[in-house]
Design a protein around this ligand. Structure first.
Ligand code: SF4
Length: 450
């Protein structure tokens, strides 16, 4: 593992080296992965300019590299949800990146007059723009909850993120995924005064969506998600609990957005519940390909379902949603985490590449988020991210595998390609060159996925 965080000089040199080694990848994707793996630091003046913009909603995990207790500038209240960098000496095309607070990062957001700039050490790298806070964000629902807590939007306004259950029933060292801080983040956010509730009432979700439907023309999709339910929640098992939200949303706003569900790889009858409730895209996230690492890093999932059965259910979902609408996520980088992960970049790429080949040769396109070592998670408490070289190498492996199997652009992420992609927690959409995005319609069709 490299030193974390890297010095500005080391990171600049590594970006140059990788740009020379990967001339076929857009420079924007390299800088995006550097921002995601190193995090961002903010000057006090920059944070002042962020205050009336769209700030971090903490939509599920912390996605920060320090706990709130270590944020001396109250970054948890003022840092933006995302930045879009552009310009600079490299003439970067506009690129959206999720913000991960790291006061020690060499990548700094600084104020220059009334605008923001991204700097690496003493060098100006790019200009930065932020999204204004949507007019509806501060509106209060009848329950008193603000819309930004119930239905925040990410991906530059494209995706409404509905974490309807803010905890996970995989709990403690023997069950919780070791890269995940969902339960610890819940505790730190509540202690910091954020109005988190364990379960979002369906009425609140519908009321917030009604406001968004009336006032917003950017959102195209929603995700329903939350922690795994291994027993019952409010008397319901996992599929029924999450499907009840989809049913209510589609009953009121049929086809207004693309409905996506992040849940475990559930048996086929449960998957059909999601589909029949109106869900069009299913994300049964497998987290890591290597079987031994899955056992060690995802002990709860391994014990309750097991990787082999998890994969079988992913493939079975093709018959229910259509193969292009089954998009499992993995957390890129945890395959190199200590103490069990691969030590060499090439070995990690070979392993994950084998997984991508296995899925994509069967029509399923996994996507990935770039691992953020969150300090309140088990793995993130003792180490930094995987090397930037791994993340850049993965972009090429992913793109080449996707291209070789002539697979469609994953639906539900907005436009692909450099200068256009909106997906903000990894650069996989930035490396797809596609003139016409294969996007399901966001207008009412009355029809659900096959
Ligand atoms: S299943 Fe794992 S990754 Fe998902 S919320 Fe629970 S602990 Fe986190």
């Amino acid at each position: 593992m490299p030193t974390h965080p890297p010095t500005a000089a080391d990171l600049a040199a590594e970006l140059e080296r990788l740009a020379a080694e990967y001339p076929d990848l857009p420079r924007e994707a390299l800088l995006k992965e550097a921002i995601l793996t190193s995090g961002l630091s903010f000057s006090a003046d920059a944070l002042r300019l962020c205050r009336d913009k769209k700030t971090k909603s903490y939509f599920i995990f912390s996605f920060d590299m320090v706990p709130i207790a270590a944020m001396e500038k109250d970054e948890h209240r003022h840092a933006p949800e995302e930045i879009r960098f552009h310009g600079g000496a490299a003439a970067y095309r506009p690129t959206v990146v999720s913000v991960r607070v790291n006061p020690a990062s060499p990548l700094r957001v600084e104020a220059a007059a009334n605008s923001l700039a991204l700097r690496l050490g003493e060098e100006d790298v790019a200009a930065i723009e932020l999204l204004p806070s949507p007019g509806y964000y501060q509106r209060a629902l009848r329950s008193g909850q603000p819309v930004h807590e119930v239905a925040p939007t990410i991906e530059w306004g494209y995706l409404i993120y509905l974490t309807v259950y803010r905890k996970c029933q995989y709990f403690g060292f023997n069950e919780e995924c070791r890269f995940c801080d969902i339960n610890a983040n819940y505790r730190q956010q509540v202690a910091a005064g954020r109005p988190y509730r364990t379960v979002k009432p369906i009425e609140d979700v519908l009321e917030a969506l009604a406001i968004i439907a009336q006032t917003d023309d950017q959102s195209r999709a929603y995700t329903i998600t939350g922690g795994s339910i291994t027993r019952h929640l409010q008397g319901q098992r996992e599929a029924e609990f999450y499907a009840s939200y989809a049913r209510a949303i589609e009953g009121r706003f049929a086809g207004r957005w693309i409905g996506k569900m992040v849940a475990q790889a559930l048996p086929e009858d449960d998957q059909k519940r999601f589909r029949d409730a109106g869900i069009r895209i299913y994300h049964p996230n497998f987290e890591v390909w290597d079987a031994g690492l899955f056992e060690k890093i995802c002990p709860g999932k391994a014990a309750y379902i097991g990787q082999r059965e998890w994969f079988r259910r992913i493939l079975a979902a093709r018959e229910i949603f259509g193969a292009e609408n089954v998009i499992p996520n993995f957390v890129a980088g945890i395959e190199m985490s200590r103490p069990h992960g691969f030590a060499a970049v090439d070995d990690a790429l070979a392993s994950t590449g084998a997984g991508l080949e296995w899925f994509m040769s069967q029509g399923v396109v996994p996507r990935f988020t770039t691992w953020c070592p969150e300090p309140l998670s088990e793995l993130g408490s003792s180490q930094g991210p995987a090397p930037l070289a791994y993340h850049v190498g993965l972009l090429r492996v992913w793109r080449d595998t996707h291209r070789r199997h002539r697979l469609p652009v994953p639906p539900g992420y907005g436009p692909p390609g450099p200068g256009r992609a909106l997906f903000s927690v990894s650069a996989f959409m930035d490396v797809i060159e596609a003139p016409t995005p294969a996007e399901p319609p966001a207008v009412p069709t009355g029809a659900h996925a096959p």
